[in-house]
Design a protein around this ligand. Structure first.
Ligand SMILES: *[C@@H]1O[C@H](CO)[C@@H](O)[C@H](O)[C@H]1NC(C)=O
Length: 207
């Protein structure tokens, strides 16, 4: 399951390389990317073409749902190396949403975002849960049953498909445990050389 997200890796490696910053510790946490799917088995799929901005409507709605969950449970991760984001204006870990008609009257939404690691924390009380757990509860609680244009999707099915994968910034490789990123050998030897030079200089000036 963990390594199946080949399409994801393209998209997110692009994002990761644009936000890459100069400081390079030897070990970093890997970026956790999750994708979940919500199925709508009673959708009026023939009406989707009535909406010219369907994809953007879908993204806005899913974003609103995830932000709602995120008010109670910290699920959306800020980009580690990007600008710190204001809590209220988070894009929920660069949320991306796609949809497809699976068959007649069956529509599926895929949502992909950079998530916090489990256990995630409640924002008000001292409690923990998992990203899967709180999204599943949200789904069963009706959080993905939309109003306005998206109501043509109807009632979603209550089972949630969920996948996750871990990625590293360029210059790092995923460790065997798959949740840590290790600085690539060539980079770490360069760092060692630089550090050695600094030590020598310090020593000289002390003398
Ligand atoms: C949704 O996700 C599934 C499995 O991860 C994938 O097979 C499918 O192509 C995706 N659909 C879209 C429209 O992204």
């Amino acid at each position: 399951m963990k390594y199946r997200l080949s399409v994801l890796s393209f998209t997110f490696l692009a994002i990761l390389s644009t936000t890459f910053a100069a400081s390079r510790p030897e070990v970093k946490d890997a970026v956790r990317i999750v994708r979940f799917q919500v199925d709508y088995p009673h959708a009026q799929v023939d009406r989707i073409s009535d909406y010219t901005k369907w994809t953007s409507l879908m993204r806005k709605s899913v974003l609103a749902s995830l932000r709602f969950i995120n008010k109670h449970w910290n699920i959306c991760a800020a980009m580690e190396e990007g600008k710190p984001e204001k809590k209220d204006s988070v894009d929920c870990g660069k949320l991306q949403v796609t949809g497809e008609i699976v068959r007649d009257n069956f529509y599926r939404i895929n949502a992909t975002f950079i998530a916090e690691r489990d256990p995630i924390r409640n924002t008000n009380v001292d409690a923990t849960s998992t990203v899967f757990g709180v999204v599943q509860i949200g789904l069963r609680g009706g959080i993905f049953q939309y109003t306005n244009a998206l109501k043509v999707l109807g009632k979603p099915s209550s089972s949630l498909a969920f996948e996750e994968a871990f990625f590293c910034y360029p210059g790092y490789s995923l460790s065997a445990s798959s949740e840590k990123c290790l600085l690539d050998a060539s980079d770490s030897s360069r760092r060692r050389v630089r550090r050695a030079t600094k030590t020598t200089k310090k020593h000289k000036s002390a003398v």
